[in-house]
Ligand binder design. Structure first.
Ligand SMILES: [Zn+2]
Length: 271
């Protein structure tokens, strides 16, 4: 039998720590201490994916797959997007501030260039392989997302959703009729696999998102758009490692994806 005081303490700790993700060991990438010195892109990768090592430009994943960091060439952005090196994934520094001015620069798309083989090695090389690793993360009575259990993605998501629930704004419209999470598919209009294929991306309510392809915008000339996604929601997801497509020139305002290396890289570049 618990005494009244003990029950009160238990209740208080339960209220303070949301049920989902509270004990899965999620990382706050905005406050995580960072090592000093070194190459920011390499440091960001090492910290974002524990077990990843880099030696003389050769990246080895915990599973043994190897990649070259490569160079950040000065080629045309469309070419970089089509077939980037790992280093070119860091070409545009992801803006941590809630400021949509940077994205008005044509082709400023931090996060859009992805080395497909790298993400497949991290999360699964086929639809079946990714599907086997999916876990559910839900937000109170509104939406359930299927996210990859590898590298802590589902835990980060569950913890972020719990933090959104705790916000004092009305978050519910953004989680109504969500665009979904896992889907093994190419990006619209391309042959490149979408981040949704790896179970690391999700879309909020598409009606409130805004997407450059649905807005009659030309590639490289997407211009300004009317954002409806609240800063508070964006900042919660960024804290837990998800970048927001609303900061891209080729805006995708409903879209978030797990790219903690870009959050960490931005912090390192701001030093
Ligand atoms: Zn998306």
């Amino acid at each position: 039998m618990l005494t009244g005081f003990k029950r009160l303490v238990l209740m208080a700790s339960f209220l303070a720590s949301p049920a989902l993700g509270a004990d899965c060991g999620a990382v706050d990438f905005m406050t995580l201490p960072l090592p000093s010195g070194g190459d920011p892109a390499e440091t960001a990768l090492r910290v974002a994916y524990p077990g990843l090592t880099i030696d003389a430009g050769k990246v080895t994943l915990p599973g043994g797959a190897t990649f070259l960091m490569g160079e950040d060439s000065s080629r045309a952005p469309a070419d970089r997007l089509a077939d980037p090196s790992l280093r070119e994934q860091f070409h545009d520094v992801y803006p941590l501030a809630f400021d949509l001015a940077a994205r008005e620069t044509p082709w400023f798309d931090p996060g859009r260039p992805r080395v497909e083989a790298f993400f497949q090695a991290l999360y699964g090389e086929s639809e079946a392989a990714v599907r086997d690793r999916l876990e559910k993360a839900a937000i109170k009575g509104k939406a359930t997302f299927l996210m990859n259990g590898q590298h802590g993605v589902a835990c980060q998501m569950a913890t972020a959703l719990a933090a959104v629930e705790a916000l004092s704004i009305d978050w519910s419209p953004f989680f109504k009729d969500v665009g979904g999470s896992f889907a093994w598919r190419p990006i619209a209009g391309t042959k490149r696999l979408s981040a949704h294929s790896y179970g690391i991306a999700f879309d909020l309510n598409a009606e409130l998102g805004g997407y450059w392809r649905w807005s009659d915008r030309a590639e490289g000339d997407a211009g300004a758009y009317d954002n409806k996604i609240p800063q508070e929601i964006v900042e919660v997801f960024e804290r837990f490692g998800f970048i927001w497509g609303g900061k891209w020139h080729h805006f995708d305002g409903m879209h978030f994806e797990y790219r903690p290396e870009l959050i960490l890289h931005a912090r390192l570049m701001a030093r």
